[in-house]
Ligand binder design. Sequence first.
Ligand code: BTN
Length: 265
Amino acid sequence: MSPRRKRYTPLNVEAVAVSLHDSAIGHRIIYLPTVTSTMDIARQEAERGAEEGTVVVAETQTGGRARFGRQWLSSPGQNLAFSVLLYPSRRVCSRLSVVSPVAVLRAIRQVTGLSATLKWPNDVRLAEKKVCGILIETTIENSEVRSAILGIGINVNYNPAEEPQADFTATSLAAEVGKPIPRDELLQAVLANLGLAYTHLKGWDQVWYDWRSSLETLGRQVQVRWGEKIEEGVAEDVDSEGNLLLRHLDGTLITLAAGEVSLQV
Ligand code: BTN
């Protein structure tokens, strides 16, 4: 029998979604047998304003895609192929390519005990072979991120030796650990780790927003002193890193990373 037609146990996505009911990611999972690409379905979900954290999982992708316009091939029912719909800020968006592979690494360690490595920027590897690829597609409107779709493909149980087109640069978790890996458990672990990391990043933005809106300094005439230096002007704003933007009387704007502020009356 061709490995592509192997029987498989369908994913129990209901149980995964229930276990993630409190998580930022995975509380809603759309499970489809065959799609062109889970990225396409997630994009449709974004267009209709679906909830953030919605996940689209498919057993077979007829047009699975990878970075640089490449194809993503995955044995039906053996692996994991899913996309996550997010509505991040620009700043959080720029961190997704760091957060996502880390969530996959953590999940792999929890479920298999294996310590995977990363190839820049976000290929997850075992024994120097690729075990997971990550694709991030963003929609930008008026310089703002409207949505980001995170596509994750993990080689879970496929047997590289059985593949008709052997890819010596890829491996699977099962091949490395020597036994089948429960896909439900791995999906749950990846989504839980992603949810935690993502909430943490978003949390920073919220903290920053609360901090900024509580700053009595803004809009005031101030004197900022550090060491022997003194700068005077209007505390116009703060940037996303927490630096102060100070407008001098002559109209120039400077960024101050540190200093002691005296508010002028
Ligand atoms: C890469 O290695 O370049 C990224 C591969 C990303 C593959 C996943 S599988 C789920 C999602 N749907 C796709 O069509 N691609 C991503």
